[in-house]
Design a protein around this ligand. Structure first.
Ligand code: ARG
Length: 469
């Protein structure tokens, strides 16, 4: 390309005698990634044109031509027929130049607007869309998990602390714990969506404009409106509006937290899927074999989810580092704010889909679960509670059961098979009913307080989630 051509192309070319070098063009372009904003950019420009017409800066005819031209460009983009040019830097310039070629009046479109408030607007529209997408996916995931819990209400497994057998739970109780985690994520994305819901358009480059625009018109057209009153919502300070990246951080945080949840759930499943545990079997469609070891069926989907959480956490960190030292207001560094959030969006979305697909096909191995949960030591705490009900202070009861556990280990006798005499010697307040503690049915039936794994609780929780979803 000749330098003179470059000069004429740059939107800001007036004061320059020479266009940017090819190296600079390649270095500074963002269109390779921000073209993802095309539909939001066109939505924003359409609203802006309508507002300019309403306040008399554009004629009705000019506005009509611009709006129609923008719609045509969107169609071309969606059909993959639009030619993106690196030398036009970003999505905004690409679209504006293409429009101006078709519609001369488009030379007026950038009136009372800067790419600074334009990109802030595009991104807020993107975040509202992205949050809604993830919320929808999380709703589907939650429904699958509630089904999984429901199908495994009567499968009992050891619950673990320190990855040591702790107390018995049902698979349903464990899966409902995941449901709680993802339900919190869902609420978090609603909060982020709310934070994105204010129009920065009209803030200009930094200090607004001298032209008689009406910010509430564009806000209304772009649905930056109060959920209850329907009133337009606009940002309150033009400097903050173009410098602020809080919504980026909040979105990346919501994705990182979601990623950590994907990762922890994955770790549970990976452990359950080992030959040593063998509580669960995973669908072939989401596992892979080894190129060397014919017997292998690896839980790759879950390992990848665990791995992707690193990316989601790193994206949040990138954004924090990016903005922390920037003076107000816009600095070109901020162009780097997009790849991390786009990546967080696509990875969170696909993880939600993958987990939902896997969970829908996950099968619990009843025999292996039953064998593991038959360990009577899982009910050692219940024995202490039994002593407490007979008037023994808990600290002493705990100590007594500890002695019985030691005796059981020493004599290689399961704790529930110790003799009455052994137990009465340690706890004189016990009677012959002590052995009844080692009955899983009893253990669960006695845990019917809110949030506990008793069967009536679990049924009520499942019903409540179904109602909510
Ligand atoms: N591509 C730019 C970005 O993403 C758009 C805003 C450019 N503004 C500017 N003053 N150069 O940040």
């Amino acid at each position: 390309m000749k330098k003179s051509q470059k000069k004429s192309q740059a939107s800001w070319g007036g004061r320059f005698s020479e266009g940017p070098s090819d190296l600079m063009l390649r270095f500074s372009e963002s269109v390779s990634f921000d073209k993802l904003l095309a539909r939001f950019d066109i939505e924003g420009s359409t609203a802006h044109a309508k507002m300019l017409a309403e306040v008399g800066i554009l004629t009705k005819a000019e506005c009509r031509q611009i709006v129609a031209g923008l719609a045509k460009i969107l169609k071309r983009i969606e059909a993959g027929e639009f030619e993106w040019s690196e030398s036009l830097e970003d999505v905004h310039m690409n679209i504006e130049q293409a429009l101006t070629k078709e519609v001369p009046a488009a030379a007026k479109l950038h009136t009372a607007r800067s790419r600074n408030d334009q990109v802030a607007t595009d991104m807020r529209l993107f975040f509202k869309f992205a949050c809604s997408q993830i919320i929808e996916k999380l709703e589907k995931l939650l429904a699958v998990l509630v089904d999984l819990a429901d199908a495994n209400k009567d499968v009992f497994i050891p619950g673990y602390t320190h990855l040591q057998r702790a107390q018995p739970v049902s698979v349903a109780h464990h899966v409902l714990a995941w449901v709680e985690m993802f339900a919190r994520d869902l609420e978090r994305f609603k909060f982020v969506r709310e934070g994105a819901n204010a129009s920065p358009l009209g803030s200009g480059a930094i200090a607004g404009t001298t032209l008689p625009i009406d910010r509430t018109v564009t806000a209304q057209l772009l649905s930056f409106t109060d959920e209850e009153s329907g009133d337009p919502v606009v940002t309150g300070n033009s400097m903050d509006a173009v410098a602020d990246r809080d919504v980026f951080l909040e979105f990346a945080f919501a994705c990182a937290t979601l990623g950590v949840h994907f990762s922890r759930v994955s770790e549970d499943v990976i452990i359950w899927n080992t030959s040593e545990f063998a509580f669960v079997s995973l669908p072939d469609a989401f596992t892979t074999g080894s190129s060397l070891m014919p017997q292998k069926k690896n839980p790759d989907a879950f390992e990848l989810m665990r791995g992707k959480s690193a990316r989601l956490i790193a994206n949040l960190n990138s954004l924090f580092v990016l903005v922390k030292g920037l003076p107000l207001t816009y600095n070109r560094d901020l162009q780097e704010d997009k790849p991390p959030v786009f990546d967080s969006f696509s990875q969170s979305a696909i993880c939600a889909d993958v987990l939902a697909a896997c969970a829908a096909k996950m099968k619990f191995n009843r025999e292996k679960c039953a064998a593991a949960v038959a360990d009577p030591l899982l009910l050692a705490t219940d024995l202490a509670d039994y002593f407490v009900m007979r008037g023994v202070p808990f600290r002493q009861a705990h100590h007594m059961v500890g002695e019985l556990v030691a005796l059981s280990e020493k004599t290689k006798t399961p704790i529930d098979k110790l003799s009455d005499a052994d137990v009465f010697a340690v706890c004189p307040k016990a009677d012959k009913t002590w052995r009844g503690v080692f009955d899983l049915k009893r253990a669960f039936a006695m845990r019917e307080n809110i949030g506990m794994p008793g069967p009536r609780q679990i049924a009520a929780q499942i019903a409540a989630w179904r109602e909510l979803l």
